[in-house]
Design a protein around this ligand. Structure first.
Ligand code: AMP
Ligand code: MG
Length: 329
């Protein structure tokens, strides 16, 4: 096997970029009338993004298995005719020829029935609320080999170095990593990559903590208790943002800790919400476990059923955080 994973990385970079471009187009054309459109634009973009990645996967890696968020059966039964027509239009435009309903369904379900030691983990839009709110969202493409994340790419149109800024077209990053090959960030529009390294911060009372923007995705009460346990004042840095852009921020040293426990006790994290980001964080020197300190087990299907919560740190802070999490329960 090519452990350099050059072809896989190039594939993932191109696929994530192309899908992100279509998401950006849909966002600019459909989200403007957000009040009226409701969640429709994100539905269109979600399906369009996964369709494009599935098409490319079938062409380049037809034997690989795929875990991806959307399903053709929902596309056929849940979407309206109008929504399907829009998806079809965007896909036809993106691939440069008119595509059929049957093709879209086949591409959406690409790899779902395959058995393989290689599994792609795809989130066509991670951070759907961020997409609608013009905040953070990304297209996440990961590859697991023998249940270990080995390639990770995040195409993040809303990623920007200055967190005070609103995301805009000038911003956007492509972050990527391969196991053993390091982690990198380059402008989403193309340009020179730079190697990513986590921060050196070791004082948990001053560390930059990242967590979900969506209150329904994270137990904010627990985070508050954790802050107290860590002896953090009200002005200690704390950012809430959508999507695996949190993983990218941690990898680039713009954050020191990425922590989440769901406010639903039975919730188990989804593989496509972490596989790509996992490679980027670990290759940038970070440490990853669940909230109990267990390593993430990617062998359980679409969910991380053996794990609860997620803790990603720059490594220096990991032991202190696990201890504080324990004491905040
Ligand atoms: P974030 O942008 O960090 O809020 O994470 C987005 C991801 O949270 C989505 O892709 C969902 O898969 C996931 N999610 C959905 N519902 C929940 C929940 N109740 N608890 C935790 N995560 C959730
Ligand atoms: Mg997601």
């Amino acid at each position: 096997m090519d452990r350099e994973l050059t072809r896989e990385l190039e594939f993932a970079r191109t696929a994530a970029r192309r899908s992100a471009a279509v998401c950006q187009q849909i966002q600019s054309e459909l989200v403007g009338a957000a009040e009226k459109a409701g969640r429709e634009p994100v539905t269109i973009a979600d399906y369009a993004s996964q369709t494009l990645i599935g098409k490319a996967l079938l062409e380049q890696f037809p034997d690989d298995a795929v875990l991806s968020e959307e399903r053709a059966v929902d596309y056929e039964t849940v979407l309206s005719d109008h929504q399907r027509a829009l998806v079809q239009r965007y896909i036809s435009q993106a691939v440069g020829e008119s595509v059929t309903h049957a093709q879209i369904c086949a591409w959406l379900d690409a790899g779902k029935q395959q058995q393989s030691t290689r599994t792609w983990a795809i989130d066509p839009i991670d951070g759907t609320a961020g997409f609608l709110g013009h905040r953070h969202y990304c297209v996440a493409v990961g590859l697991m080999i023998d249940f270990v994340p080995a390639v990770g790419v995040l195409a993040s149109p809303g990623f920007h170095s200055d967190e005070e800024d609103r995301p805009s077209a000038e911003h956007g990053a492509l972050t990527y990593a391969t196991q053993g090959g390091g982690a990198f960030l380059e402008p989403l529009a193309g340009g020179e990559p730079r190697a990513l390294h986590v921060s050196a911060t070791s004082d948990p009372s001053r560390a930059v903590i990242l967590t979900s923007y969506e209150s329904s995705h994270v137990d904010l009460g627990f985070i508050e208790r954790l802050m107290e346990t860590l002896g953090r004042g009200p002005d200690a840095p704390y950012f809430r943002l959508d999507s695996q852009d949190k993983h990218a921020m941690l990898a680039s040293g713009q954050g020191d800790i990425n922590f989440r426990v769901s406010n639903e006790a039975s919730y188990r994290e989804k593989v496509w919400d972490h596989a790509a980001g996992y490679v980027i964080v670990t290759e940038a020197g970070g440490q990853v476990s669940d909230a109990e300190g267990r390593p993430l087990d990617f062998s359980q299907g679409a969910r991380l059923s053996s794990n609860q919560g997620i803790l990603m740190t720059n490594g220096h802070l990991h032991a202190a955080l696990l201890d504080a999490i324990q004491r905040s329960r």
